[in-house]
Design a protein around this ligand. Structure first.
Ligand SMILES: [Zn+2]
Length: 96
């Protein structure tokens, strides 16, 4: 099935910052969240998940990392890049 994927940047609750930084030693919260919505092309199914954007050296599994002009999401078997300016998704990139 084909999915349409869209992204939206949000704000992390200040009170959640300490929790996420404790769960991810060596990483800092940027204060942003990245919501990913996906919908099957015929509208049969869809969903959303929200990532807390972290800053650090590399992208841990399940993490969304701020990498300058783009975000990197570590999926199960690949990394995806989301351009900050356009929120365009580029699948299967190197973590950088
Ligand atoms: Zn990068």
């Amino acid at each position: 099935m084909k999915y349409n994927v869209t992204f939206k940047v949000g704000t992390l609750e200040a009170s959640d910052k300490a929790y996420y930084e404790k769960m991810n030693p060596g990483y800092k919260c940027t204060g942003e969240t990245l919501e990913e919505r996906y919908e099957e092309e015929h509208g049969w199914e869809g969903g959303a998940c929200t990532y807390v954007v972290m800053k650090g050296k590399w992208t841990r599994y399940g993490m969304c990392r701020d990498c300058g002009d783009h975000y990197v999401i570590a999926r199960y078997s690949r990394y995806d890049r989301i351009n900050k300016g356009t929120l365009e998704l580029i699948r299967d990139v190197e973590d950088c």
